[in-house]
Design a protein around this ligand. Structure first.
Ligand code: HEM
Length: 412
């Protein structure tokens, strides 16, 4: 690929520079670097796709696409491969802070890059692609390549799903520390894909609602609680290999090094929540609101003691969210959470439309997300205040090697 000018006019920030350390902070053109000019980049190529184990950024734009092809299987497949090749080249460029490849300076033609990120840094942009179950129908001849783990999600309480903003043939998760950088990325991918893909739904996320790196401070969700305290840490490679990355156990070798992503738009009844008294809010989660400590401890990272009883009653109540979700009570099962807070105007009843765009990565949703959600759906005290209103399941293939396109091994 021809190196493109970087958005800051820095040719030093080419593909080679991005291939180095897990996270590279490059200086500004003046040599001095300020927080506003932070040009951190996350490598696009590698064993795993970026945007899963890499430190969670502050903003997200998640997009799902439907493919519009209507030719023969061979034609459809060729169109899909062309789309994936084009997207890969553009994604690789944008994650280094470069413009979309192509001519953007001809006065007589629309620019290859839409331009709203010119002058903005890379802002740790990551782009993560996913393949929905519907991609594996007869249109592309991929039915035999569908992983067993990509089984359609069953009905899961408490859900009332809007099909118009659920599912999709393809998904792109764009995360960055600057919302305009994330939006620019999905806008340009949508534009490049217009011959064969239409955007099905979009979800914006502001404010991460999880930590994925050991250096990250635990953020808070919109219910005011620290979220992500006992998440899998991405540097815990044993747990990542056991519960997040697809390995030798898969029936579809093209997915090795990938992961399955479940997304759920979970609406929160925040007005009702705000009227609940503090003690009850803390019993709902089994944690103290301000410190984040389990009700059996004093500090955020104290290990919850699910056996502790006071006055004959469990200190962490039976229906507390963490009691139901904790690995100790689920045969060791864990998931990597990477969700975002969202807000989206007001609901027809006049209440704020806000909640958690829950995102989880795992090796097998059937034994991880689905098993956990069945349990939460049946007994979580939090259910009084939430409803799952949209859903998606995607197979995120392994990271592309240099010169390879996203998901190439699916077609090998
Ligand atoms: C709006 C919905 C949700 C909210 C507000 C929420 C919030 C929280 C909070 C505050 C914690 C405690 C801190 C922590 O360890 O991260 C937590 C823990 C956890 N949540 Fe959720 N959560 C929600 C939905 C879900 C769903 C849908 C799942 C999975 C099906 C889930 C799985 C977990 C797990 C596995 C833990 C860690 C439990 C532990 O090991 O102690 N959560 N959640």
């Amino acid at each position: 690929m021809t190196p493109q000018p970087t958005r800051r006019g820095l040719l030093t920030l080419g593909a080679g520079a991005a291939a180095g350390a897990a996270l590279t902070a490059c200086g500004s053109s003046s040599g001095a670097r300020t927080a506003a000019e932070d040009t951190a980049t996350v490598p696009f190529h590698g064993t795993h796709q970026a945007g899963i184990a890499t430190d969670q950024q502050d903003r997200m734009v998640f997009t799902a696409y439907d493919l519009t092809v209507s030719g023969s299987v061979a034609q459809n497949r060729a169109a899909l491969v062309t789309l994936l090749r084009t997207w890969t080249a553009a994604a690789a460029a944008m994650t280094t802070g470069s413009r979309v490849p192509g001519e953007s300076d001809l006065a007589a033609a629309p620019p290859a890059d839409t331009g709203e990120a010119v002058g903005l840094p890379a802002a740790s942009l990551t782009l993560t692609i996913g393949f929905g179950p519907s991609l594996f129908d007869d249109r592309f001849g991929l039915a035999g390549r569908r992983p067993a783990a990509l089984a359609d999600l069953p009905h899961l309480a408490p859900e009332n799903l809007d099909p118009a903003r659920s599912n999709g043939d393809l998904s792109i998760q764009a995360c960055a520390d600057d919302p305009q950088v994330a939006f620019h990325a999905v806008r340009n991918l949508a534009r490049l894909g217009r011959d064969s893909a239409v955007t099905r739904w979009v979800q914006l996320g502001f404010g991460r609602a999880s930590s994925t790196g050991s250096g990250q401070v635990t953020p808070r969700n919109l219910l005011g609680f620290k979220d992500g305290t006992r998440n899998i840490l991405s540097n815990d490679s044993d747990t990542m290999n056991r519960y997040v990355w697809v390995g030798a156990e898969t029936d579809q070798p093209w997915m090795r090094g990938g992961s399955y992503q479940v997304v759920r738009r979970i609406s929160q009844k925040i007005e009702a929540w705000d009227r609940d008294f503090l003690g009850d809010q803390e019993n709902v989660f089994g944690r103290a609101k301000y410190t984040g400590a389990p009700l059996t401890g004093t500090k955020e990272f104290d290990r919850p003691d699910f056996a502790a009883v006071r006055g004959g009653v469990p200190v962490i109540p039976h229906g507390a969210h963490i009691r139901l979700a904790a690995r100790e009570n689920n045969g060791g099962v864990q998931i990597l959470r990477r969700g975002y807070n969202y807000t989206d105007g007001i609901l027809p009843n006049g209440e704020l439309d806000a909640g958690l765009f829950f995102v989880a990565f795992q090796q097998d949703p059937r034994t991880q997300f689905v098993a956990l959600q069945r349990k939460l759906g049946a007994g979580d005290k939090l259910n009084e205040y939430i409803q799952h209103v949209a859903s998606g399941l995607f197979a995120c293939p392994p990271g592309p090697a240099r010169g390879e396109y996203w998901g190439a091994r699916l077609f090998a």
